[in-house]
Design a protein around this ligand. Sequence first.
Ligand code: SF4
Length: 439
Amino acid sequence: MKEQMKGMWHLERETDKAVYLLRVEDNFKKWFPKKVVDGPNEKGSILVEAWFLKKNPLPEILEERVNIPDRKFGGRWKKGSLSFSKARQYMNCPKQYYFSYEKKIISSVSTAMKFGNVAHSVLETIFECDLDAAKPTSYVKALTRRDWEKSKFEFETSERKKGKWDDSKIDEVIDQVLWALANMADGKMDSKNIKKFKPRHAESRVFSKDGLLGGIIDAVFVDENNEIKIVDYKTGKSKEGEIDPDHEFQGWLYAYLASQEFGRLPKSVEFWYLGAQEVKIIDFDEDVIEDLVLSLKETAAEIKNISGSPESSFEARPSEKNCKWCDAKPWCKGYQKMVQDQPWNEEGYGKSVKGVVLDSAKQTGNRPGAAIVKTDDEREILIKGWGASGKLLGSLKKEDSLLCVDVNIQHSDFSGNLEGTVNDPFSIIVNNKILQELM
Ligand code: SF4
């Protein structure tokens, strides 16, 4: 059954298999597979398979038509400058730095990260829009929709995605952006106020004069007294009543970089937690910043020296805190040694299960791929997964020696037994080899 899509549509582009359509009323654009579409005819009407629309619902037509600028590509990064995230990785665990930047393992992509990217991108591009031509809210919606589609595609096609894309979250992202704009515009979020209070620089790349350190500052505000305020948007959770020490260090580094770039220390550095709709102000003084900069520059020099060395030169510092979100677990022997002595047989995230495969079942329709594993402590556990993980689990052979890192263990509602779920295909290690890398 086909369904008429609301609004008038215009054909923008066409390939052998797909059409790129523009909805005339609000300039919304989307690719459709040709096989689900009839039209548009000369009147702009278009019919689409109802099942496709159910799976990929279209956003409501905006109340006004907006022209949005192309996404900007940020300025160039000064080669060799150390960013805060690189420095933090190296200081926490040099081995993690090695895997990320020397070996360049494939990073995992989470939905939370992608939603955060959308919010950042909209908060950068909104100031490029013609705010006299339409309402800021219309621009926010149109920009978010466009960046949402792009991020969704990147997520869905990523080799190492974590979690499941949830289109309903787009409204949360729109709310986050609107909150940030209202906060900027003194609570009155109209075009006049946004233009008046908008940042002097958005996504500004700033570097120390010697080029050793660099950062990207989300928003730099300059007031009528020429005082600078720096704002960094955070889309993750904020700890109640305290400032994450990592955020504090980042704020101090940005204060220093701003002083190098703009010739004076900022009056304030703030973190805006978009999800919690909360502002946290970082305290700093020149001595604190001087100490931090000294240690970061020492780290930069150390990294320069060690760069290009073999893996064994990079120390591993396994600990629950360091390894919790580390992408390198499947490659990291230090981590695997640490977790092998830990019990798997309790509920929780990030467990490791080691044993011999007794049986496996391929993923079908609504059944995940799965393997039954006899663990080193002579127990049996069912490990399952969807997508690439499910495919790999279903391909395991009897007697394969299996190590799964990053398993979520839970009681099954169905069997009452403990069962494991694997989301990351790279976390399935068979006979000491990461199976995904052999595919
Ligand atoms: S898993 Fe832990 S020890 Fe290994 S690289 Fe990552 S943080 Fe370091």
